[in-house]
Design a protein around this ligand. Structure first.
Ligand code: AMP
Length: 319
């Protein structure tokens, strides 16, 4: 199988407590595609300007990402600039955002793209997400969408139309709360699921993710790294690992969703180890396996053996 993604491709100017860089390859579709490409073929829909570097196109091609849907338009590539707090690397301020060539982007999908079974609407204008979704020939097996506060505040109605049409919603935990206007995360996720999605993935930065369904919850931790260089793209890389695994296996069971959440966390953990896609774009299978096994170690514990009981003392002294 394979996965189709629409989202941003652009240049980021980033400052974190330990590193900084200007015009680094970034964008939601970029991180997503590179992460997903380790598991499954990826086809990308996005636009770049005439200042987009040949090296960056080559990097996407080297991951065998189908970039036939990556339009090259006249004008400047999307730019985003952000600064991470020195006290808490989970906190970032957007300093500047320039949509540039995205302002007039109106893609037409090829017949093959319209028939994809797995679709990811990465963080971008919800109207563009709807424009892509509306061109699908039939309902894909799995559609997921990501968004950020920028769109919750600026395009709430279109975003609601997106949410009503997808199976899985990805948001930061604060965004889940702010979209649902409900301070309790579980209730807020339920309010979103009541609009249609089967699952909400609440991203919690260095605390990992919560995968919430109507009747169950699963927590995947973030990998405890000693050195986080740049958190940019962690969420998109998570989504790439998550969707890439599901698309490749075609397994949409609860168990597969849980493993996909761990494989997403694996990709997120690599993404933050260096600026831009530097670490994410150079993974080996051995690195993947060893990080995956480290996650197994991080999350496994002994349940009760047959006949075994937990220690328990009644407060009234009986039993
Ligand atoms: P993440 O850290 O996973 O939230 O993703 C960061 C990426 O999202 C950066 O590489 C940015 O270029 C991109 N980005 C930031 N704001 C927006 C936006 N409003 N629309 C689309 N992409 C964005």
């Amino acid at each position: 199988m394979s996965v189709l993604v629409v989202g941003s491709v652009g240049y980021d100017t980033v400052s974190t407590p330990v590193a900084s860089g200007t015009d680094l390859l970034g964008g939601s579709a970029t991180f997503f595609s590179i992460a997903a490409s380790y598991y499954t073929p990826v086809s990308m829909i996005a636009v770049v300007g005439d200042d987009f570097r040949q090296d960056d196109l080559s990097l996407l091609k080297a991951h065998r990402i189908d970039i036939s849907g990556l339009e090259k338009a006249r004008g400047k590539t999307f730019r985003w600039s952000g600064k991470y707090s020195t006290e808490d690397v989970n906190v970032r301020d957007t300093l500047d955002i320039q949509f540039n060539v995205f302002a007039d982007f109106n893609p037409t999908l090829t017949p093959e793209q319209r028939r994809q079974d797995y679709l990811f609407l990465a963080n971008i204008d919800p109207e563009l997400q709807l424009h892509v979704l509306g061109q699908m020939e039939s309902r894909p097996k799995l559609v997921a969408a990501d968004t950020i506060n920028f769109w919750i505040e600026g395009k709430r109605d279109s975003l609601t139309d997106v949410i009503k049409s997808v199976d899985v919603v990805f948001m930061d935990e604060g965004e889940v709360r702010s979209y649902a206007q409900e301070p309790n995360l579980v209730k807020a996720a339920r309010a979103i699921m009541n609009l249609g999605p089967k699952a909400v993935i609440a991203k919690r930065g260095e605390h990992g993710v919560l995968l919430l369904n109507q009747d169950s919850a699963f927590a995947a931790p973030a990998f405890p790294l000693e050195r986080v260089v740049d958190p940019t793209g962690a969420g998109d890389s998570f989504a790439g690992g998550f969707m890439g695994y599901l698309a490749e296996t075609g397994d949409l069971s609860h168990g597969a969703f849980r493993r996909a959440a761990v494989l997403g966390s694996v990709m997120g953990s690599f993404a933050v180890e260096n600026l831009s896609v530097e670490k994410l774009s150079s993974l080996t299978y051995d690195e993947l396996i060893s990080r995956f096994n480290a996650f197994v170690g991080l999350t496994s514990f002994d349940g009760l053996k047959p006949g075994e009981k937990l220690p328990w003392r009644n407060k009234d002294g009986t039993g």
